[in-house]
Design a protein around this ligand. Sequence first.
Ligand code: HAM
Length: 453
Amino acid sequence: MPRRKNIKMQKPKIKEVKEKNASILFSRLKGMKDILFDEYKYWDLVIKKATELARAYGFRRIETPVLENTKLYERSTGKGSDIVTKEMYTFIDKNGEKISLRPEATPSLVRAYIEHGMFNLPQPVKMFWLGPIFRHDKPQAGRYRQATQFDLEIFGEEAPVADVLLILLAYNFFCELQVNVQIQINSIGCEECRKEYLVKLLEFYKERGRRSKLCGDCKKRIVKNPLRLLDCKEEKCLEAREEAPQIVDYLCDSCREHFIKVLEYLDELDINYNLNPYLVRGLDYYNRTVFEIWAIEEEGGAQGKLALGGGGRYDGLVKYMGGRPTPACGFAVGIERTITKIREKNIPLKSEEGDLIFLAQLGEQARRKAFAIFEELRRAGFKVRQAFTKDSLKVQLEEANRIGAKFSLILGQKEVMDGTILFRDMDSGIQEIVNQKRIKEDIEKKLNLNKGK
Ligand code: HAM
């Protein structure tokens, strides 16, 4: 019998929660976030603004699955990108297929455009998308492992007006949320104009020992993706890149003309932008216009350590992914980072709910009747609120104050017998008795009177 080789089984490295007691406390995963009640009003505001603007500019909503074949990202986001090499949540499913949680939306949207034959629709096809993305990056303020993006894409339009429409929408999104931003913009040209530029860039880094001064990551980038040397945030790399040649000086005629048109439009629209020769973006698919949205800090300077959004043109990607040649461009905004900026400014948010009416009850019989009145008012379209689990009138009126109700309706034993209800103005505290049968008309009247004030 052949001797069995001593095969060493490699144990998967799985961190287990050690169970000391039968009951253990779970906490959320590192870099993941819960959104609690008080924060939700900001989410409502931002999501409403995003959908309202997207629709106003003619974008239609689309959703795609959270999981995709890993190759989709390797091919589009790029095998050499940080996202694919370091940050994807990838695993083998029960069918042995290698799949990943989406680290960005664009590859799925390109796949959907091709898979559903959207090139047969009138072009351009303008879509927007809202949802979570997953990147296993080092967590820090503003960087999560699950983050939410508002993403817009335009397929089938080569003209600079498409780039401008996206930038205008992004700019308005932040301005209307009262977040001061500056657009950082550059053109990285097409494959042809980049060839000559990359030769010059490499020559520059080889001169005067600059290459040896670069950080570890950049020493690898200089071989694999030299353009990315320009957007490294390490101090020594920033020093080394001073006086580096600028790609805009190497653009071919048609790329230059395209970029100039984009800038002319931005000037006309009075959009605050900065021509940033070092902006190259970290995803492989871009060509021509690239841009990011940076917050303007209190001192007045734009700060791009954590961009609020970014995007650009990717004219070659649809064809590269198996579709017809289709020029395209898009951008995505980070919702968590946007909300952080809004919260930093302490802008009081107006209640989106409108005039609230609180229905209070006292005693078992009144509570039963109050249920029926509540349903009647809610179905009639009034914004009525309640605290039926509470017995104390004082506690109920405190709740009415907390939610900012305009009026409270108070129903007690006596009112049930009389067929009346007390109508209380929460600002003045004035109360009057009204007939239950006329509640709706009376509320209407009071709300209209209130509007006139
Ligand atoms: P991106 O620059 O990787 O571009 O991400 C866009 C925005 O998403 C960032 O500016 C940031 O606000 C937010 N974001 C990204 N990762 C995180 C994170 N880990 N934590 C918090 N926020 C984050 C893209 O994803 C491209 N797909 C954009 C695009 C669309 N280009 C063309 N079309």
